[in-house]
Design a protein around this ligand. Sequence first.
Ligand SMILES: [Zn+2]
Length: 303
Amino acid sequence: MSFNDNVTLDTSQVRSGGGGGAPGGMVVGGGIGGIIMLILAMIFGINPGDITGGGTTTEPGQVQAGGEQGSEAFAACRTGADANENTECRVIGTVNSVQAFWAGELPRYGKEWQPTQTVLYRGTTQSACGTASNQVGPFYCPLDKMVYIDADFFRILEQQFGSSAGPLAQEYVVAHEYGHALQDQLGLLGRAQQDPQGPESGAVRVELMADCLGGVWAHHATTVPDEDTGQPFLEPLTDQDIRDALSAASAVGDDSIQQKTQGRVTPENWTHGSAEARQRWFLQGFKTGDLNQCDTFAVASVN
Ligand SMILES: [Zn+2]
């Protein structure tokens, strides 16, 4: 359990995609997309070589992204009960919850949330930042302002990276990506590009901030109501839920991934932060529920 059974899911916030990609018409935006891809796409620290070596079409051309609007593709996702049963429905419910939260929260800071769609795909799909696939992991693309999540990613997260399969592990991933969308709206994403790697780099600080923003959402998710029913999206979080989220945060720490993929840890190449730091910043957001406590640029050391 995680979602309140009766909340209604709004599938219009999610598009489908994937199945290998249609021939023609789907052209990636070129070099800048590739660069942003390297820095921002590896939300879960997949080796950049996997992205550049992935056969991505990089001819300049028309940017076209996203797939079908979700109402038909995700017709089976109607309620919180569906979100408790089915991974895709859980992504949709989390997208709904996270957006409802930021839409309500940002006006306190004189800002307005810009609705941000998720492309929930299988196989591969095209984004304005390049080809999305499970080699890349979930990411936020600032060029088309959409979140890309491979429906099979959570299985990879469990089986290859050792995360728990609990619902909040998955929900944390979605909330982290929406943290990037918020950073984009606040003009903070560029700081990752200016200083792309190293344990105290801008990239790592941007990533850890997104973890913290995910924690802020988790803090409030049990109180943010669904517009239709007035019920919060999520049931009260248990210690096990939090352990699940921390397990995902730990699994995708740069040191965890480097140890698995290259057999040693090289902090100078970090782009997302250590397993310990990712958990700590998620908890910082979760415990305080306060956006202002997520300013990873205000501290001397984030790791
Ligand atoms: Zn990220």
